[in-house]
Design a protein around this ligand. Structure first.
Ligand code: DOR
Ligand code: ZN
Length: 452
């Protein structure tokens, strides 16, 4: 058989230029500058080319608005399977993601029951099919079972170094190196909740976010990162929700990937007194928050991720010490940070690297850039349309946000495979989201894995 001919993205198999199915015109960040562009999309919604002008064809013109890739959120909890009164589902959480400009969510395995077997992965896949508005990658829970079997089905693994409801299986000092060895052999991304419980302090009883920060201090994060420092070379290590500048520096020196959340970037331990502001790891004092922001704005953080943890208000209204940790975020992550871009506190390029490009590469997905051959998954942003966030205008089923009253810029449009799923700020899509797994190019797994 003749070897397959490598097709150029906008040529058909005879080398003729493929006529675009449609063209989307607007402005986009090209070579570090916002410039007028026309994006040609193929019949399957893939990006054929990006040019100043395209040949005539069906056109959608967004004028001065800015076209950016849809975001990839490496860290959400959609709570399925879970209790019927959980604050979210695969259906509601992915519509919330779509409205927030997130086209791919990586869903955590600390569900009820947790994702510890191939059967549970299959069951979870069935909950995505026909119900999800955006694509979903499913993490499996690393534990004492075999990672090899789970790796045939999972999109990645999650390790909790401290218990996180309902997961209480955490690796001992002797177990962790063995877990990491086995996980490295799967070649899948491995996200770690890095807080070392032996550093937790009894603050009895914690009554506000300041106490919570004392109970789970930054030294717990630092110690957990040191436990990961001597990892196997080829392990695709990604540390979740880093809260301190020191951890940013250490992880960069170690060459590991990591994320920060919008709440650790924008909120401090004094932003609110009640359990809505209780998260794990905790919100930090203002000086630490500001230092984390500086590192992020300087482009030192590989990824932005929401840790969308949609607890209900009734769960959060329990006494502080007993209330669950976590806050919703998938719908507000990009809008809050786009507002920072509008204000001039952050460059659009830095935001798009952390929210779109690097997380998509980390998961081996052909999204996250406006590049030929990538899927036509992008957003239309109108920086003149600033809004005030309010829970009753958000779609997440949990019904609240810690960013009530904050300025934000929500996407006007969200396109998935060349089809609009959000138009004029409203969800107009269908539940066509798919389960995706990493597709790493052959040879891309050469150690050591550096953060992107
Ligand atoms: O605040 C958090 N909530 N941190 C986590 O790591 C877990 C999450 C949850 O599942 O609610
Ligand atoms: Zn989480």
């Amino acid at each position: 058989m003749a070897p397959p001919v490598r097709r150029q993205p906008d040529r058909d198999r005879f080398g003729a230029r493929e006529a675009p199915a449609q063209i989307v015109a607007g402005r986009a960040l090209v070579a570090g500058r916002l410039q007028p562009v026309e994006i040609a999309l193929g019949s399957e919604g893939e990006i054929l080319s990006l040019r100043r002008t395209q040949p005539p064809g069906p056109r959608h013109d967004v004028g001065e608005s800015v076209i950016v890739p849809a975001a990839t959120d490496l860290h959400v909890h959609l709570r399925e399977p879970g209790r019927p009164d959980a604050g979210e589902s695969m259906a509601t959480g992915t519509v919330s993601a779509a409205l927030g400009g997130v086209g791919l969510v990586a869903e955590m395995p600390n569900t009820e029951p947790p994702v510890t077997s191939v059967e549970r992965l299959e069951e979870k896949e069935a909950r995505v099919r026909g119900r999800a508005a955006v694509d979903v990658l499913l993490y499996a829970l690393a534990g004492r079972g075999s990672a090899r079997a789970l790796a045939l089905r999972a999109g990645g693994f999650k390790i909790y170094l401290s218990p996180s409801a309902p997961v209480d299986e955490v690796p001992s000092a002797e177990e962790l190196p063995r877990w990491l060895e086995e996980l490295a052999r799967t070649d899948l991304p491995v996200a770690v909740h890095a807080e070392e419980p032996s550093h937790f302090r009894g603050v009895a009883p914690p009554k506000d976010p300041i106490d919570w920060g004392r109970a789970r201090p930054p030294s717990a994060e630092a110690a957990a990162i040191e436990r990961l420092a001597r990892r196997p070379d080829r392990l695709r290590l990604h540390v979740a929700h880093v809260t301190t500048r020191a951890a940013v520096s250490r992880l960069r020196a170690l060459g590991a990937s990591f994320e920060v959340t919008p709440h650790h970037l924008l909120l401090s331990d004094r932003s609110g007194p009640d359990a809505r502001f209780k998260v794990n790891p905790p919100l930090r004092p203002e000086a630490e928050r500001a230092a984390l922001w500086t590192a992020f704005a300087a482009g030192e953080v590989p990824a932005l991720a929401s840790d969308h943890a949609p607890h209900t208000l009734s769960a959060k209204s329990a006494e502080f010490a007993r209330a669950p940790s976590g806050m919703p975020g998938v719908e507000t992550m990009l809008p809050l940070l786009l507002e920072r871009v509008r204000r001039g506190d952050l460059s659009l390029g830095t935001l798009l690297s952390a929210a779109c490009d690097r997380p998509a590469r980390w998961l081996g997905q052909p999204v996250g850039r406006l590049a030929p051959g990538h899927r036509g998954n992008f957003l239309v942003i109108d920086f003149r349309r600033r809004e005030t966030l309010s829970a009753d205008r958000l779609s997440s089923a949990c019904g609240w946000t810690a960013f009530e009253g904050w300025d934000a810029i929500r996407p006007v449009e969200h396109w998935r495979d060349g089809v609009r799923i959000v138009a004029d700020g409203e969800y107009v899509g269908r539940p066509e989201g798919r389960v995706v797994r990493p597709e790493f190019a052959p040879g891309a797994v050469s150690p050591p894995i550096r953060p992107l």
